[in-house]
Design a binder for this molecule. Structure first.
Ligand code: AMP
Length: 120
């Protein structure tokens, strides 16, 4: 398996330490290093897809795995019933910081309202 070098690919390859909660042949899930809620887990493909713009039909299985895993981890973490939020940031206006596609699973408390626009 060839994995390009992003900070997340190093986590996937266990080259840098992260709190990995799940890993299989397609995806890896680990706790965010700067959590914005009591539960903040990132779910990433094991190979590099930089942004949501780079997704193609061949990625259907991996994207399905990411969503199904988010639902499963939410149950495992005990936040499913109260609810949670799933976010994918894309590019500059989406405030994407790491260019390795990832899904944020965020919960464990009452979250703030969705940010739609802020004049800065
Ligand atoms: P985004 O803005 O969607 O690209 O989010 C990137 C996320 O990756 C942020 O929430 C960071 O806190 C998180 N992050 C960056 N480096 C690490 C790391 N080494 N381990 C865990 N999470 C990280």
């Amino acid at each position: 398996m060839v994995i390009a070098d992003t900070i997340f690919s190093k986590i996937i390859k266990h080259e840098i330490i992260a709190d990995i909660v799940y890993q299989d042949e397609l995806v890896t899930a680990f706790r965010d290093a700067s959590p914005c809620a009591p539960i903040h887990i990132l779910i990433v493909p094991n190979f590099l897809i930089p942004t949501l713009n780079d997704v193609v039909e061949d990625h259907e299985a991996i994207l399905g795995r990411m969503i199904i895993l988010a639902s499963k981890i939410a149950k495992d973490e005990g936040i499913a019933e109260d609810g949670y939020r799933v976010i994918i940031n894309c590019n500059k206006n989406g405030r994407q910081e790491v260019y390795h596609l990832h899904l944020h699973l965020i919960g464990g408390c009452l979250l703030g309202p969705m940010l739609v626009y802020r004049d800065i």
